[in-house]
Design a protein around this ligand. Structure first.
Ligand code: FES
Ligand code: FES
Length: 295
């Protein structure tokens, strides 16, 4: 109802922008309502001396403008409401450019996805599969926060196209624990406090797990001695671990503890922690604690 009134006001204003005489004729001939006719005759009864050289008085012009504005506003308000109230007839469907179908395994479960052929493995894991353990640090292959394993080999998932993982098996940090038991590397990171903020930790742990396999398979590194004579598994010295983990950056600087955690899992022998909990006596006697002189 309001919308049709608004249209009438608009039509009325367009009509009134014509000459004075033709408006009078139109007033008689047009099928206006009684209210509209009254309004029109009020405007037309304005003193002719009000007419400017452009044939329009300022007062009338403002009146028309107000009506036109009200009409348009009413149209926008009520027309908009009707538009919003009308039920959506088409369900929203995501359109995918360069679509390909990807079938692969993620943490042992088969997955089949339709995605843009340019989508990275990292975005696929995080955005399509809601596996947000793998972190996006730099998105440029420089920090290692996105490290996952593809067929047991570590890769930077931000530089790996998901489509290249067809029929492969991807393991992320979410897939390391089994039956509620942490992977030994996860447990060692906890024991040795191998993290602070934890942002780099999923990538560090995936990298460390793959590193053990690489060493077992005899893969050399830049610091491996006697590369020509070295056969079989590589013993991971602290230097080897540091070199092989150098692609995983930790902004918190938890490196010594990360190395301890990897050494412990690699050797299977306990490595002493470089930190300890205070016991109850120490906790109750604060004089045993180191003094902080930095005021
Ligand atoms: S996010 Fe992939 S290397 Fe930094
Ligand atoms: S624990 Fe914070 S970046 Fe490594």
């Amino acid at each position: 109802m309001y919308t049709s009134q608004a249209f009438r006001f608009c039509r009325f204003n367009f009509a009134h922008s014509k000459s004075y005489e033709s408006m009078t004729e139109e007033n008689q001939n047009e099928g206006l309502t009684e209210d509209e006719k009254a309004l029109l005759s009020e405007i037309l009864s304005e003193d002719v001396s009000d007419l400017s050289e452009f044939g329009e008085s300022r007062r009338n012009f403002l009146k028309q403008l107000t009506m036109a504005g009200g009409g348009i506003l009413a149209f926008e308000l009520f027309g908009g409401q009707e538009l919003l109230a009308s039920p959506a007839t088409q369900p929203f469907t995501e359109s995918i450019e360069n679509a390909v179908t990807l079938s692969f395994k993620v943490n042992g479960a088969k997955k089949s996805l339709s995605l843009d052929s340019r989508m990275t493995l990292l975005d696929t894991l995080r955005e399509k599969l809601q596996l947000t353990g793998s972190k996006k640090g730099c998105d440029h292959g420089q920090c290692g926060a996105c490290t996952v394993m593809v067929d047991g080999k570590r890769v930077l998932s931000c530089l790996t196209l998901a489509a290249s993982c067809t029929n492969k098996s991807v393991t992320t940090i979410e897939g390391l624990a089994k039956d509620g038991e942490l992977h030994p590397m996860q447990a060692a990171f906890l024991k040795h406090d191998g993290f602070q903020c934890g942002y780099c930790t999923p990538g560090q742990i995936c990298s460390a797990v793959a590193l053990l396999s690489e060493a077992k398979d005899g893969e050399m590194s830049y610091v491996t001695a006697n590369v020509q004579t070295n056969k079989g598994a590589v013993i991971l010295s602290e230097e080897e671990i540091r070199e092989r983990m150098s692609g995983n950056i930790c902004r918190c600087g938890a490196y010594p503890n990360i190395v301890d955690a990897i050494r412990e899992v690699h050797t299977g022998k306990g490595v002493a922690q470089n930190w300890e909990f205070v016991d109850d006596n120490q906790a109750s006697n604060t004089s045993d604690l180191p003094k902080n002189d930095n005021k």
